[in-house]
Design a protein around this ligand. Structure first.
Ligand code: PHE
Length: 377
């Protein structure tokens, strides 16, 4: 009697489970994506999504992965940490994705990583550079360099190329990326006997930066390092020029957006930032990608689009070699990534699940950024 009852409940649970869950197509591999498709960092999410879409469309056109089609399920997190938790949980528990791509902003990747780690769903961030992101666990990867390197690149560039002996900092105090990158820049600059004459902060979304900039102006730095995102940076650079500050402002990858030039205008002339790639590269692989991307989206791909493309490319290669589509096997395959020929450079993942790659420095003039130099790790 009891046995029969147990068998009955097992069967009922099975039927219920099958009928309540989403209809999963066994011929599809489900990839989750979360990003800022709207909000203050919307170009980050949109560019990344374009890059991922191009890579996935190309992979599907080439026959998919071992006979299966790739399906991307994407949600907008609006650039908000609270939204990230909601959509990433939904991707995992409702959409049953097998792997996740995202985010751009390090603070948002940091919000998602523990959720992915707990559910043993591998996550690849295309472009989050804060070291803490992949430290969240062994299911968390990235295909870009990290900020100890990026901070060093800009400190060295300021000292070697711009002959700077002093620098001021203006950082976003609520952003893990901005806080970390500022610290890494300062560390290197001071190690090389440069002077940090002022260290000021703001909060993303502020519109008036004049009091911080006035203090900085009083210290007469040779350069000002502003490791923020394009929306705030555009205003900061404009207001710096309005206050008569003439020295170059420098930044990191967070400056990369077509919107930066709309906001900052010609105030940006003579400023520099580090990035992951330059569309001006003569490398045929880069030029070929730029052409395919432009044909599809009518724009030159920014670094986010290119890193989105490479993150999806690394994932497709890993899915092809994974022993099975279980989280642990996908994780092992991603971890084994070696010499993947990305558009942003050759990608090998180290023991900490980070890519070790060169950075480029770009100079802004006339509303666009041009290639200056490449700095190797
Ligand atoms: N590296 C930034 C972060 O970690 C995100 C970013 C990457 C922004 C590339 C623009 C371009 O927050």
């Amino acid at each position: 009697m009891q046995r029969r009852f147990l068998a009955f409940t097992a069967l009922a649970t099975l039927i219920l489970g099958l009928s309540c869950g989403p209809k999963l197509n066994p011929n599809e591999i489900r990839i989750g994506e979360y990003g800022s498709l709207t909000g203050a960092q919307a170009t980050f999410g949109v560019s990344t999504q374009n890059g991922i879409q191009l890579a996935v469309d190309e992979a599907n056109a080439a026959g998919g992965v071992n006979g299966k089609t790739l399906k991307v399920i994407a949600y907008d997190d609006q650039g908000e940490g609270s939204e990230v938790a909601v959509v990433v949980t939904k991707l995992i528990t409702e959409d049953k994705v097998q792997v996740i791509l995202g985010e751009v902003a390090s603070s948002l990747s940091l919000a998602a990583a523990p959720i992915c780690q707990d559910h043993k769903i591998p996550m690849i961030s295309p472009s989050s550079t804060d070291p803490k992101v992949t430290q969240k666990g062994d299911y968390i990867f990235r295909v870009c360099f990290i900020d100890p390197f990026q901070g060093r690149v800009m400190a060295d560039f300021a000292m070697d190329q711009l002959k700077a002996k002093s620098a001021a900092i203006l950082r976003d105090q609520k952003s893990d990326y901005s806080m970390g990158l500022a610290d890494f820049f300062i560390k290197r600059f001071q190690e090389r006997k440069g002077a940090i004459v002022s260290d000021q902060s703001y909060v993303a979304g502020d519109v008036d930066f004049k009091s911080q900039l006035t203090i900085i102006r009083g210290q007469k730095p040779d350069v000002i390092f502003v490791p923020g995102y394009y929306g705030d940076v555009g205003l900061i650079v404009k207001q710096a020029r309005e206050l008569g500050i003439k020295v170059p402002l420098l930044g990191g990858d967070g400056w990369d957006s077509s919107k930066l030039y709309e906001i900052g205008g010609e105030a940006l002339d003579g400023c520099y930032f580090s990035s992951h790639y330059s569309p001006e590269s003569t490398d045929p692989k880069v030029q070929d990608f730029v052409k395919r991307y432009q044909a599809k989206f009518g724009q030159v791909p920014d670094a986010l689009a290119t890193l989105g493309y490479d993150a999806a490319g690394v994932l497709v290669a890993a899915l092809k070699s994974a022993k099975s589509l279980d989280g642990a096997d996908i994780r092992d395959a991603i971890a084994a990534t070696k010499d993947y020929p990305g558009v942003t450079g050759s990608i090998s993942l180290d023991a900490d699940r980070n890519a070790v790659k060169p950075a480029v420095v770009l100079k802004i003039s006339g509303g666009k950024a041009s290639y200056v130099t490449t700095i190797n790790p």
